[in-house]
Each structure stands twice: as C-alpha cells, then as structure tokens.
Design a protein around this ligand. Sequence first.
Ligand SMILES: Nc1ncnc2c1ncn2[C@@H]1O[C@H](COP(=O)(O)OP(=O)(O)OP(=O)(O)O)[C@@H](O)[C@H]1O
Ligand SMILES: [Mg+2]
Length: 388
Amino acid sequence: MGEQEERELIIEIQSMLEKAKSLEESDANEAMKIYLNISKLILGKSSNMGVESKKRFMEIAERALDRRDFLSKKEESIKKGTGNKETEKADYSKYLKAGKNSESNGFIVDLHPTIYETTFQDIAGLEEVKQIIVRQVIKARENPEMARRYGITGRNILLFGPPGTGKTSIAQAISHEISYPMVTVTPSYILDSRFGEFEKNIRSLFEEALKHAPIIIFFDEFEALAPRRTSINSSYMKRGVPEMLRQMTDLRKKNDGRVIIIAATNNPWDVDEAMLNPERFDTRIFIPPPDSKSRAEIFHIFLKDLEIEENMDFEQLGQISEGFSAADIKYVCRTAAEYAFSRAVEMNEVSPVTAEDVIRALQASTPSITDSQMKKYHDFMERYIQKV
Ligand SMILES: Nc1ncnc2c1ncn2[C@@H]1O[C@H](COP(=O)(O)OP(=O)(O)OP(=O)(O)O)[C@@H](O)[C@H]1O
Ligand SMILES: [Mg+2]
C-alpha cells in the first residue's frame, strides 16, 4: 500500500470516526455499526500494509472495537435500567460536568480517561527509567508542598525508543502510580485537514485538560503530531505544529503540575526541534531494548500463566534472544504456545510448552531491533539530549 493510498484510508477512517462519534448519543446502534466497519475496513486492507503501518492501523481498529464494546455495555446497562448505569455515571460525572461547562467538543470525555492497572512490577528491567520517573514525577506528586518550594511543578515527559519496548506501558504505569486518569491521543484522532480545525482541536484539548485536571495526556506517535516544520508540506500541519508548541509552553505557565503531558515516539529525529527543548519536555527518556536479564524476565511474564514444562531455563532464553523487543518476545511466546497446542490436540492430551518450542519460535521470527537502528538513537541523543 502506497503513501497516497494510506493517506486516503486515514481520511476515510477519519470521516467514519466523526460520523460514529456524532451518532453515539442519538443512534448508538448505528455508531457501533460504523465502529465495526472501521475495523473491518482496516482488516481488509491490512495484508497490503508494511509492518509499521499495519501496527498503526491495527491500533486504530482495536480502539474502534473498544469503543464499540463500550457503547454496547452502556446500551445494555441502560436497557437493564439500573446497576452499571449508576456506577458509570459516578465514574464519569466529573468529566461530563467539566465537558458541559466548557465550549469544548468533549475530547477528554470522549477519550475515556482511565487509571490503568499496569504497575512498574509488570515492566521488566528499565530500572534506570523507573528511577528517573520515581524521582521526577512520583515523588513530586507525593510531596506537593516540598516540590513547589523547589519549583518542581509540571512535568512533561518524552519517551523515545524502538517499537515494542514499553513506552505505552510506562505511561500507563505512571497513571497507575500517581492515580491520574490518562487519555491517549493519537494523530488520527485530532488531525484534521479542514481549514483551522486541527489548531482548534489542539486548543480544545489543552483547554479541556486544564478543566479535567488531574489528568495525563498521552500523545502516541508524537512525530506525526509535531513533525519537523522543515519537512512539512501540508498547510494544516504548518499551522498545527506552532499551535502545539504554543500550547505546550502556555500549559507550563498555567499548570500547577496537575496536567502531565507524556509523548511517545519511535522516531524522535522526526519531531520538531523546538519540541525537544527542555522548556517543553523537561524529562526526555530513552527507552532501550531489553538486555539479556530483562528478556529472561519478559519470557517469564508471558509464559508463566501457560502450561509450561518444569524448570524452563529462562536465563538461556534471555541470552539467545538479542535484538528481540518485549513485543517480539510476546509474539514468540504466543507462537510457541501454538506449537504446543497443536501437539496437544494431535495427541489428545496436555503437552506443555517446552524451551524447544520457544527456541523454534525464536528461530521462525526476526528480531525487530537492529544495530543500525540503535546507532540512530545514540546519535540522536548525542545531538539533542544533554546527559543528566
Ligand atoms: N519491559 C517490559 N516488560 C514486560 N513487558 C513489556 C515490556 N515492554 C513492553 N512489554 C509488553 O510488550 C507489549 C508492547 O509494549 P508497549 O506497547 O508498552 O511498547 P511501546 O514501546 O509502546 O511500543 P510501540 O512503540 O510499538 O508503541 C505489551 O504487551 C507490553 O506489556
Ligand atoms: Mg506504544
């Protein structure tokens, strides 16, 4: 699938999303149908997509399905007339109130603010990253008075690194640790090529964020939301990026630390240089690929709840999986489980996943992290990120 075709698909999806959104209140069934059609449309085209695009589109598809589920649960509870409806009202009344009092179009409510269940314990390795976050973010939340004395208020965090290494998980764990609800803003959600709309969306989002505080705004695929101005062709992006920069700076002035911006990107070199300024992101963290010990832990995380052979040598699995990201390992474990499952079905008895299955699955897949990619990250850091 070519770039042009992808752009057209994005536009098509965007208009479907808008349609679905506008129907949620008046005709939830139709809205659910559209959400389903969005995922079907993506699935239908996914076999012609490159790896990166496929992942991006699949995420959109998943979110559309999530939204559909959410609406369907809501419908159900309305039909039942009690129970869930009340809880839901209680959970969301705060957001709805803030949304109604403003002239905004309700982005935050719509994005379903969630306090995540992911904890730092669920994330293997990345000890330094966790330490930085505890020191700079969590301690400040736990000791607000003290933090204020030292001028430590808002924290905006830029997480960058290869795909599948835990950037999204880290953002979720921050939400969990400080009990701030989080919304994930993807480019497809707020990009809008109609005149003035993209800037308006950005402004509304930041305005709403202040009203909904405490909140974490998680910008995923940040390079697509704030690309280098020198490489932009589209006029709406040319206006959108400066607006984004302006809002980020303004937020620092107005914010008492109760709105936290976290942005994640695999391609930090594509992000506008002015965004990399510590005035905008005071915490910029490289999320490295897992080392051997962390890989062993990740294998353990993804296999421990399955039917596995006794005494599986996780350490060895960690050693022989250089270049595999956590997401790669998750996939390898699933493949290994499929091998064992087919065997079990064939033999008609339980057959545990063995280290051999995992090794076979490892050999059948390609690690996503390469040396040349790593060099790009190191070069980027030398150039833009001061050592702390
Ligand atoms: N350090 C880790 N320990 C355990 N599991 C991890 C770790 N990092 C990632 N995972 C798991 O791998 C999968 C992908 O992780 P996540 O989505 O956080 O990566 P990411 O860096 O945001 O990827 P992308 O750049 O593709 O968005 C998830 O299932 C997550 O639970
Ligand atoms: Mg992610």
